[in-house]
Design a protein around this ligand. Sequence first.
Ligand code: ADP
Ligand code: MG
Length: 671
Amino acid sequence: MSFSSSVEEIKGVGPKTAEALKKYNFETIKDLAYYFPRDYEDYQKATKIKDLEPGKVIIKGKIYNLMVNYVRRRHFNIESGIIYDETGEIRVVWYNQPYRIKAFKPDTEYYFSGNFDFKYNHYQLTSPAVNLATEVEETKNGFQPIYSTKGSYKSIWFKKLFEEMRTEIAKAPDMLPYVKPGTRAEALYNIHFPDTYADVEKAKSYLAYEELFELILAAKLNKNENSKLKAEPLKFVAENTKEFVDSLPFKLTNGQRLATWDILKDLEKPEPMNRLLQGDVGSGKTVVSSVAIYQAYKAGMQSALLAPTAILATQHAKTLKKLLEPFGVKVELLIGATKKKDALKKRIIEGDVDVVVGTHAIITDDTKFKNLGFAIIDEQHRFGVMQRQKLLMKTGDKAPHFLAMTATPIPRSLQLTIFGDLSVSTISELPKGRTPIKTKIINELSMSETLYPEMEARMKDGEQIYWICKLIEETGRSEAANVKKEADKLKIRFPEKRIEYLHGRMKPDEKDAIMNRFKDGEIDILVSTTVVEVGVDVPNATTIVIMDAESFGLAQLHQLRGRVGRGEKASQCFLVVQDDKEPTTRLKELEKSTDGFHLAEVDLKLRGPGEIYGQLQHGAMNLKIATLSDTKTIAKAQKAAEEFAKHPENMLKYEELNAAIKKYQQLTTLN
Ligand code: ADP
Ligand code: MG
């Protein structure tokens, strides 16, 4: 057995388990070695019950008086019991974990680790992790890794598995250049079998470096490869652009003009543009893309615009038709619900359509273009890498020019490390005449005094309202039932008003119909899930109410809020919170600022970059250990990767590294 052996060679792993592990991408011992513990627990530090203090604790004890209570009002179960040791006893509770109760054996010792706090008028231990004392003590030291559960495989199962791999992990081969031999084996050993936190910290420092080195090297190699690609130059003709821009219903903002200029210049080049257009919600990115589309059209090439939802695609198709059709440009919508798709696809391949706007339907295998010269992805963080790659399918050695648009800015650190070859244009102002959105945090209990009268007044002036509800998963209620219930409540409150609802499970044409009626002013209050989150543009909607605001992320709240404030009328956003707890920092920041770039920075500080940007750009990729705020390690890895990439023959010598970065190479490019 060795580091690269199949998991089947591990003692106790039969074909069936191997098959199950494969589902989690554990095929070799190496794969498992890179499954890092999510935390550690120092069982030697177990506290006697009489000495407990509030906070995170570990208790060794037995349990009795097990009970399950159903709380009807809140639709959940509470499992409770009493834990005791020789010094005293305390209450323990779990929520909705009935299996807990069944698993306990009487008169048996367990380790319970969790939070010990004063709640509901008494001290209790809440939702602790539980381990059989004999199993914990079997292992030599009491400092134990905790692994996240995968399917039916719990932490304790992984621990036993790792015991069987101790020797192989200790002998992990070296992988990186310019690193002291044996460092990797030591780090991997220490991350799984540490004696102290110091061991873990040291291991993490190497593993973070390894991760960043791979990522940065992959980005550098991509850059080298991309520079070899060719694209059709789409000539800039000043009169054409001027004529089109003059026809727009408004004057472009300065930011829009600069961004447009960057793009039009790039399109002229014989290598594919790879540009990100970032601009806050409402900054007017769509119209910028239309100017570029017009240039592609004049150069005789087709364009495609991919949007994350059918609602948004429909809206974009409408906008682009209005702007471009007077110039003879043929714009068509292609979404799942499009009728006579085959006929449309035939026209696309024959070149009888100039611009295709759509959802995933435009990247299915049977949608082919005659000559796709320009591809745009709107709200690009919503798409996975594979989807982006499909849109950019190359023909021969030619690739289309590529523009990604997003309202979620990428911080500089990420731009420099991972997207070294990405050009960025930023629109940093909103069109003139917009009144800033007023944001207020309000309590659910005070809605009738503050919120409802305000809604009444807005609707009296003919303005419209979004009412966003959170999908509450724990209650088991379906999305549809939830929005419907909210809509019914509002109908009682505002019997004269036209109230409709919208949710993700509705058929696309039902969604469109509702959205169109809202746009046309035929609906006063639109109750919706977050399906309206991105891009939707209804300038007459001036109020947005976000229920259970604390359960949304900052970026998401900012996007939702961006649904209003799109016209000249003053707009407002109400963040409704459930109880009278102090509002979270997130909500307070949102109340203070409407600047998406500032909020992105705040979000970065609050959650850390992994959380946000792990998903943002790389879909499947998530940094496991490294953080993008670790500028020191980034600089070190940058330097080493640069040196290494100078000598392509190196790649042949470092076989394992080569394979590892292939994976990243796919993920770190926009095309
Ligand atoms: P986003 O950047 O969020 O995608 P949109 O492209 O949807 O923004 O534009 C938001 C709204 O602003 C649209 O109604 C659009 O017509 C309008 N708009 C865009 N540019 C300007 C401008 N320069 N002046 C006035 N309104 C504009
Ligand atoms: Mg948009």
